[in-house]
Design a protein around this ligand. Structure first.
Ligand code: NAP
Length: 267
């Protein structure tokens, strides 16, 4: 059996096992491959990862709070993982640990090709924001400008300058074609229109693309409001599916069926 897993703490809520096992099943690979969830606390993380190649694991996804540690312990890392400073995907070959980051590519794949004015506003300065800023700034694939706002402005400055964005303290919402919520606001029902200043003081419009990396069992308030404004919306599950699909390709060399992954992730 070729084993795959997601490592996190906690991890029981993760949709990755359902999503990846559904894809393996659809491709007729389920007899040989299996994806599981492994809860591991930070103090046991490195030891757990080092044991995995000997236990039949081909690779793993890594989620909160282990993404930085995953990059640190890897023997080799992709330029993307290095630039972002975190890994969400590990591969094991000949006992060595290879680190990659598909959060960035997953976001780009989830976006529509055109963004009005080619200007993006990223809200947040944590791990998710780092991947989003790098993804948008590095390739100039969909935007030319990446402004970064964060509640703690010193963090926005630090992260933006490191990754190719520009920190901004009072952005005008209407001047952006793309707005990405990469904060954790909304995860526990908080109101983004109260907590996030640029959203509190602006209005969403129908020509914008609005991404909320936060996801749960029902649409977030930001996604609901963006839909009501007629905007193009991309929710956190779509980004999760796209990053998962890229990880799947790294491990198996095959393209997974996205619709199968989507329905499994949304159950
Ligand atoms: P993190 O490193 O803990 O960063 C949290 C960010 O949220 C910081 O910028 C923080 O601002 C901000 N924040 C928290 N509470 C706030 C509040 N009340 N008002 C204003 N700002 C607030 O978290 P993360 O790892 O980046 O994850 C962020 C979210 O993205 C999580 O919900 C996670 O589940 C989601 N995510 C989704 C995907 C996906 O594939 N869909 C992938 C990765 C992460 P300060 O700096 O001021 O504290």
């Amino acid at each position: 059996m070729r084993r795959l897993a997601v490592l996190g703490h906690p991890v029981a809520h993760s949709r990755s096992p359902a999503m990846h096992n559904a894809a393996l099943d659809a491709l007729g690979m389920a007899g040989e491959w299996r994806y599981e969830a492994i809860d591991v606390a930070p103090e046991g993380f490195e030891e757990r990862v080092r044991a995995m190649p000997g236990e039949g694991f081909v690779g793993a996804n890594v989620t909160v709070p282990h993404k930085e540690a995953a990059l640190r312990l890897a023997d080799t890392a992709s330029p993307v993982a290095d630039a972002i400073g975190a890994a969400n995907t590990l591969g094991f070959e000949a006992g060595a640990v290879q680190a990659d980051n598909t959060d960035a590519g997953g976001l780009i794949r989830a976006l529509p090709g055109r963004v009005r004015g080619r200007r993006a506003l990223v809200l947040g300065a944590g791990g998710a924001a780092r991947a989003a800023i790098w993804a948008l700034a590095a390739e100039h694939a969909v935007v030319d400008v990446v402004d970064v706002w964060n509640r703690t402005s010193s963090r926005a400055e630090e992260v933006a300058l490191q990754l190719g964005g520009a920190p901004i303290e009072a952005p005008r919402l209407s001047s952006y074609g793309l707005v990405v919520n990469a904060t954790s606001v909304g995860l526990h029902g908080e109101n983004p229109f109260e907590e996030l200043l640029p959203l509190a003081e602006g209005r969403l419009d129908s020509e914008q693309v609005v991404v909320d990396l936060v996801y749960g069992d029902k649409p977030t308030r930001l996604i609901e409001a963006a839909e009501a404004a007629g905007a193009h919306t991309v929710d956190g599950i779509e980004v999760l599916v796209q990053q998962g699909a890229l990880s799947f390709e790294i491990w198996t060399g095959r393209k997974p069926p996205l619709d199968t992954m989507r329905s499994a992730a949304r159950l």
